[in-house]
Write a protein that binds this ligand. Sequence first.
Ligand SMILES: Nc1ncnc2c1ncn2[C@@H]1O[C@H](COP(=O)(O)OP(=O)(O)O)[C@@H](O)[C@H]1O
Ligand SMILES: Nc1ccn([C@H]2C[C@H](O)[C@@H](COP(=O)(O)OP(=O)(O)O)O2)c(=O)n1
Length: 224
Amino acid sequence: MESVIVAIDGPSGTGKSSTSKAVAAKLGLSYLDTGAQYRAITWWMISNGVDVTDAEAVANAASKPVIVSGTDPARPTITVDGADASGPIRTEEVTSKVSAVSAVPEVRSLITELQRSIARGAETGIVVEGRDIGTTVLPDADLKIFLTASPEARAARRSGELKGVDVHATKEALIKRDAADSSRKTSPLAKAGDAVEVDTTELTLDQVIECVVTLVEEKRAAVK
Ligand SMILES: Nc1ncnc2c1ncn2[C@@H]1O[C@H](COP(=O)(O)OP(=O)(O)O)[C@@H](O)[C@H]1O
Ligand SMILES: Nc1ccn([C@H]2C[C@H](O)[C@@H](COP(=O)(O)OP(=O)(O)O)O2)c(=O)n1
């Protein structure tokens, strides 16, 4: 089977992680969560007393942490300087600071290189999910998907319930982070010109997975 590279981008809560993991598992590909890497470097900055609003301080420290991503879709892992970071990178503090850290060009160039080397090393191929994979990290990907969904659907998914008191705050936080990620100068969240856009608002997760698997299979059939 030919090696295949799939780029999946989109804003928060559109289903990138769940879709990418399932597609990679179904097709026997590796899986990379690039958001987890930006979260990991953010966690390191916070833990080491770096002021994340000081872009110069973040840039100067950017090469210090050693970030390692495990790419098995059944058990994705992430470590920082050898320590498991999968729990701490999901805290609200990291979520609220990750956009500032990931806007720093030195951070992006280091993490982008790391992502490219992981993609190059994936023997059967890889599904890479993030914000700038199709536009910047892997512009030659075999298939590019851009997932979207209404802010209401995304907030409901994120807060894990349809009518929680939390949904409004979750929606506001999510819109704020999308705006920051879309307006930064260096490789903002954007749809690549040749990406297939899939609006997941009215689709179940299984339908989205099926849709992406079909698109990958069509690509593979076309290049044979
Ligand atoms: N199409 C969908 N319909 C309903 N829930 C979904 C759908 N896609 C994802 N979810 C759920 O929404 C939440 C966020 O999905 P996730 O894959 O983490 O999104 P992202 O990586 O884009 O932030 C998860 O709980 C996931 O199970
Ligand atoms: N390729 C990427 C991936 C994520 N980021 C940044 C911007 C995002 O707000 C954060 C966190 O990404 P992550 O995918 O973990 O976020 P959500 O799962 O959508 O909450 O990282 C990025 O700048 N470029």
